[in-house]
Design a protein around this ligand. Sequence first.
Ligand code: HEC
Length: 193
Amino acid sequence: MKKRTLNLTILLSTLVAAQSNSADTVSTQSLEQEGKGVIKALASQLGNELKATAKNEGLPAAIKVCNTQAQPITQQVSDAKGWDVSRTSLKLRNPNNAPDAWERRVLEYFATQKTLGADLKTLAYSEITTDESGRQVFRMMKAIPVSKQCLACHGGQLKPGIKAKLDELYPYDSATGFKAGDLRGAFTLKKML
Ligand code: HEC
């Protein structure tokens, strides 16, 4: 008899948990979709700017684009979309992109997933969290893999002209030595609920 009551309690709490979970999943899913759109907008804007400058003025000039344009472009996309979006990494070039505690945990989770064979192109994580003032915030991160065209500025063997420019602008740069397919970092997004 005692066992039966226990089973029923377990069943009920499982049902309640399942119900609240599915409500959460639905709203989180649509926020995740929206967030992915914001990431696409930022990634294509950063990529286009980089490609155009590299093509017209050469790669060392493209560093200038990343140096002076990455932050304003990121801010512009944030303002336009009503989301707070930026990029972060465990190996930083610009210290302004340093992860907070939550982001660090997710980056470490991505790194572990990568060692387990996860596909970085689709690796993402999202969660509804509470900020310091008790408000609910939707937070989401999406992994950024290293591709071949990143190696000129983030790879192991930088051309002297590129290295000199990076050393000058980022004396504490630790965003080099990557190989194609590595985890470079992540897009990180916030939306107040
Ligand atoms: C022309 C050189 C150049 C190329 C090519 C380049 N980057 Fe960068 N990257 C930079 C610079 C410079 C910064 C620092 C930007 C800043 O000051 O905000 C940076 C910053 C970043 C950051 C922000 C985190 C941090 O370390 O500050 C990420 C993420 C990143 N790059 C990923 C990539 C990826 C992925 C590619 C390839 C698709 C790429 N980069 C190609 C120069 C480059």
